[in-house]
Structure formats: C-alpha cells, structure tokens
Ligand binder design. Structure first.
Ligand code: NAP
Length: 327
C-alpha cells in the first residue's frame, strides 16, 4: 500500500513516501480500515520527533487521526461491519498516513449520514476533547474559563461552546492578528500574552468573571504565570504542551491559595466513561460538526506529497487543518 514512513525519531525526522508497505494483519478484536483522509495534528508533530506520550515500534506509518471505510472486522468485533464509514484514531502500529490500517473498536466512531468523510477526519480528537473538557468545567461548577492557544482549531470550538451556552471564555493567543481572528468568530475576551498589559488584564478579567479554570495547551512560562494570576482556588488543566517546556510553579500558589494542576487526555476520558457512553457523546458532537465543532480545512495533499503537507501545516497551524487524501 501507499504510505508515509517514519524510520527514526529525531528532531528533524525524515518522512519517506513508499508504495510497497505491507497491509497490516487483522486480529480477532480488530478492524481493518481503508483510510480516506489522514489528519495532521500537533500530537503527530511531537510523535515523529519522539516527544509524545506514546512511542511505536519503527519503522511505522504515523498519523493518529483520520477517517475511512471499514474493510473487514475481526470475529470478536460487535459494533462495526464492512462498509461502515468511521472516524478513527490509531493506538498501536501503523496509523492514518497510509492507505490501510488496523485499529480496535473503541478507536472508531461510526459517522452519521450528514457527516462527510472529510469532516470525519477531524471529529475524533479535537471536537471530542473540546466537548469533554467544556462539559467537565461546567459540571464542576466553574462560572467562566480561560484557555490558551485560543486560535487553535480546538480553541475556536471552545469559544463557540461558550457563546452557545452563555458561558464566558477568556481566550489567550500570542499574536495580534489572532486577536482579530477570534473577534471575527465572536470571541469576546481575547488577550494577547505578548502584550505588556497582559498580566494586569488577565488578573482583572479573571477576577471579574470568576474564571477559576484554565484549559492549557501551551505549558511553559505562560502557564505558570496564568496560574499565578487566576483567582484563589483555581485549577489549571494541562492538555497540551505546544511550547515543549515544563510548567514552572511557585509552591506558594498551591500551599496558600489552594490552586491545583491536573491533566486531561482523551484516551483516559474514553476509558473512564466507557464505549457506550462515548458513542452517545460522539453522536451529540457529530450533529454539530458543521457548526460548533467545525474545523476549517485549509489544504488537502495527496499521500505522495505527505512530507510537503507536514511542512505546510507547521507553518500555518492557526489557519485550519491539513489533510492527506488517499483517493
Ligand atoms: N490532551 C488531549 O487529549 C488532546 C486532544 C486534542 C488536542 N490536544 C491538544 O490541543 C492543542 C490544540 O490542538 P489543535 O489541533 O486545535 O491545534 P491547531 O489547530 O493545529 O493549532 C495550534 C495552535 O497552537 C498555537 N501555538 C503553537 N505553538 C505555540 C506556542 N509555543 N505558544 C502558544 N501558542 C502556540 C498556534 O499558534 P501560531 O499560529 O501562533 O503558531 C495555533 O494557534 C494541541 O496542544 C494538542 O496537542 C490535546
């Protein structure tokens, strides 16, 4: 099959296009997928450099997320059949940047009729994560939330969820053009962390709105600073590390102000709620995939142009998703 191959984890990894990769073998509890679109996400960029929480045996076809058509199911698979259209993630082995892959049942979301395969390629990871974290923040009784990387695809979903549910969102970005971008989609409280007035503005606004939770995708100095500026008894939920730095925290904010840091990973959340509940939540999200959970697709490349696709995405992350197509 045609695929993009990673042979070595390194800072600037070489990704090779091949046309003779062996189609992976199916086990009884697995599903063989004919991939239609592979997405490129920040987690893939970390993975190919060996910096992600998961490492796979090399050589491997990267790509954690995509969409495809079920080609064949193992004898123990209960919820899927050949021909089903699915949004997929790859846990083990070859991923979505190749023509075929095997994965397990929990890593497939059957698509409803109104969702196209192109849309389905960006359903699993960002929309489900945005929905899970937003709902968790509301259920925990927070009155407003702060988010970093506000101009990311996921950040824009959080802004739309906030508007629809009358729940104030403070979005933090790092460039002035991103402030405008978020105002244009209806973002109300957008702060630029590079602006000299940032600290004061965040301190005042988070107190005024009682924003006691921050969904943080950046880590590093900015995350440590945000936790310091938030009201007492606030929580920072770390779900990404785009800065690739650790979070420096002053012990005093935890000891005297009862502030905490916790992590969020979609895979853990799915295990916590179970497959049945997850499919129920996924259905709600799919119904709003064209609106609330919309991901802009800025460009689609063929698998032969895979390396170009990754370079393009790296330089244009705030402008929408980049897909690899197999048909
Ligand atoms: N934990 C989980 O389960 C989970 C699930 C889904 C997503 N995530 C995480 O969610 C985050 C957003 O994903 P996405 O697909 O929505 O991203 P995306 O659309 O590809 O956009 C990435 C955004 O991050 C910004 N960014 C990159 N490096 C940055 C830095 N050092 N400081 C501040 N901003 C930076 C980019 O802004 P510029 O244009 O300025 O570069 C861009 O707006 C990622 O960290 C991803 O790993 C985690």
């Amino acid at each position: 099959m045609k695929a993009i191959i990673l042979e070595k984890y390194e800072e600037a990894p070489e990704l090779k296009y091949v046309s003779d990769r062996k189609v992976p073998e199916l086990k009884e509890n697995e599903v063989l997928i004919a991939n239609q679109f592979g997405s490129i996400n920040p987690s893939d960029l970390m993975f190919i450099r060996g910096l992600y929480g998961i490492k796979k045996k090399l050589p491997v076809v990267p790509g954690f997320e995509g969409s495809g058509i079920v080609e064949k199911v193992g004898s123990a698979v209960k919820t899927l059949k050949a021909g089903d259209r699915v949004s997929v993630v790859s846990g083990q082995g070859d991923g979505t940047w190749g023509e075929m892959m095997v994965t397990d049942e929990t890593s497939c979301i059957p698509l409803i009729d109104s969702v196209t395969l192109e849309q389905g390629a960006s359903l699993f990871v960002n929309p489900m994560t945005a929905w899970a974290m937003f709902e968790k923040a509301r259920k925990e009784g927070h009155k407003a939330l702060i988010q970093t990387a506000g101009a990311s695809a996921l950040g824009k979903m959080i802004i739309r969820l906030g508007k629809e549910n009358n729940f104030p969102i403070i979005s933090i970005v790092r460039r002035e053009d991103q402030v405008k971008q978020l105002h244009d989609i209806g973002g109300e409280n957008v702060l630029n962390s590079s602006d000299p007035r940032f600290d004061r503005e965040l301190l005042v606004l988070s107190k005024k709105l009682s924003a006691t939770i921050c969904l943080d995708a950046v880590a590093g100095d900015v995350a440590g600073k945000i936790l310091m500026l938030m009201p007492a008894e606030s929580k920072l939920v770390s779900y990404g590390a785009l800065s690739e730095q650790s979070i420096p925290v002053n012990a005093g904010v935890m000891i005297f102000q009862k502030k905490v840091i916790e992590g969020f990973w979609l895979t853990n959340w799915i295990q916590e709620i179970g497959l049945k509940e997850f499919h129920k939540e996924a259905k709600k999200v799919q119904e709003k995939l064209g609106t609330t959970f919309h991901s802009e697709i800025q460009k689609t490349f063929s698998v032969e142009e895979g390396e170009k696709a990754i370079e393009f995405y790296k330089k244009n992350m705030s402008n929408g998703k980049v897909l690899i197509a197999f048909k």
